[in-house]
Design a protein around this ligand. Sequence first.
Ligand code: ZN
Length: 415
Amino acid sequence: MNMGRFQRSLNKLNEYTVEGKEVTRLAYSREEKRAKEYIIKQFEHEGLTVKVDAVGNITARREGTDASLKPVAFGSHIDSVYEAGQYDGAMGVIASLEIIRFLNEENITTERPLEVIVFTGEESSRFGIATIGSRIMTGRLNLVESGHLEDKKGITLKKALEDNHFNIENYHQAVRTSADQHAFIEMHIEQGPVLEIENKDIGIVHAIAAPLRLSLEIKGEAGHSGTTPFKYRKDALAAAAEIALEVESAAREEEKNGTLATVGVLDINPGAMNIVPGSAGMQIDIRSVSVESREKVYQKITDKIESVSKAREIEINTSLLTKEEPVDLSDTLVEAVEEISVNNGYTFKHMNSGAGHDAMNMAHICPTALIFVPSVKGISHNPKEFTHLNDIEKGIIVMKDLILKTACNEAGNLK
Ligand SMILES: [Zn+2]
């Protein structure tokens, strides 16, 4: 692999950012649009046929020797969160470009066609929904129903699409089925510390965890901190704290099953030093690749909410924000990634992904693989995000070998 070229292309892509906020390339922003124009040029330069679908996902197709076969697709996303790093999504896109350049240079032709997919709007930072492009592509999002969602400036998703010359009414033209795709392969940074700490080159992902998210409204009673005795208090923060500790301990008991739970949001009102907190808002995120394990944690938290509410005579309203299903990736591709890693002399770890990726949607229409490379200190969604170039090269080689293996017809049906 030509890693100097890889680095130059990655740097170039990351020039498409809101100035001074590197990297900020939000879904359907001007910066994302320009980054897409750049990437389209690169694939066209390599002789690929580039198409942009009805919502802005890019597909660059390289023909194989048998046009009747379904293509092997690979890629990642091009948008970012606010003040992101250089690698999340972008690395997988440029890795895919490097593989195409390599195949062209080496005059390698596959039997199946290859399709690089560059997804739009993977991050939820702008409109509060994640993986817009891949959800639409796999028929898992009704864009018309989501068109009213607004960004911080009050611009709706509908308007943002219009600004990019897309009409949300046409979103279904972007939908694909299993008849369109033989397999999908995504390479991504781990965004966690495990590979680096355990000194492994490649993360072989078996399943992608799905979140269950709760929003709590804890209705206590504000009172003077100097004159309200404990027996007359309805302290919303003390109630919230009891629940938060249960969130942690319930999930710790299930950690062996890959379950994590977090209280990421806690607001107290009125928020003054001399007032007993009158109300609190709390948001809880529970993630697991096991629905059963996630349900156990959910049940314990629910029981705790009930007992705290009773004991403290405080009304607590709970609403379920999301409850998604975990996704299993292809066993055949998992085995293939392991074999390829061994053949190349790379160390590897079988693992699950706690974060969502476009791969989780693609897995609903075709056998899908997700390959992780190490994130230094596990830092991600942060300008300090970093992955060593030689670790990226190993990931690219594994992905390239997996593509070549999967794109010959003899490889047969995948599971
Ligand atoms: Zn990503």
